[in-house]
Design a protein around this ligand. Structure first.
Ligand code: SF4
Ligand code: SF4
Length: 164
């Protein structure tokens, strides 16, 4: 006598379970999670007013994505003539931010979208790197910024919120 085959009901049970299960994904870009407060984003924010032109960030960069020209002003102090970052080669390691000796001169950004059509559009210089509207510094290596940001949304938290 042949043994009963439970393959089909078992398969249907798996399908039913997954139909009623809460989704583990979000519908990006309509739905967005809050990223880590210490995220190393797709931009770097440079504060021209506090930068002392030491070039420590340039030396620390493992991919040579940063290039800085400096000169001496009339007061004999070093000043930056050109500060450029190629985000096409930047690997978002954060070493430039960590190596900066000035507390508020360099920040990783909190953004995670930087899609462009041309590679040259990934190069940013001088004014394009300055803090401004829509440029939120990340708390990476900056605990004073981290304290001001919202806690990261974990999918676990999202499930809890939805079930309340
Ligand atoms: S994050 Fe890393 S790769 Fe990018 S510019 Fe800074 S040091 Fe270079
Ligand atoms: S390490 Fe900091 S202070 Fe020195 S050049 Fe880079 S941004 Fe300016």
């Amino acid at each position: 006598m042949s043994r009963p085959n439970f393959g089909i009901p078992k398969g249907l049970l798996v399908t039913l379970k997954n139909i009623i299960r809460h989704p583990v994904t979000v519908q990006y870009p309509d739905e967005r999670l809050v990223i880590s407060r210490r995220a190393r984003g797709t931009d770097i924010i440079w504060n021209k007013n506090t930068c002392i032109a030491c070039r420590a960030c340039e030396r620390a960069c493992p991919t040579k994505a940063i290039s800085i020209d400096v000169s001496r002003g009339e007061d004999k102090k070093l000043k930056v003539d050109r500060f450029q970052i190629d985000f096409g080669t930047c690997i978002a390691c954060g070493l430039c931010v960590e190596s900066c000796p000035v507390e508020d001169a360099l920040y990783m950004s909190y953004s995670y979208e930087r899609a462009v059509y041309r590679r040259e559009d990934l190069i940013s210089s001088d004014d394009e790197l300055l803090p401004g509207e829509g440029k939120q510094p990340s708390g990476y290596a900056h605990p004073e910024v981290e304290k001001t940001l919202t806690l990261q949304t974990l999918l676990l938290d999202k499930d809890r919120e939805d079930s309340q």
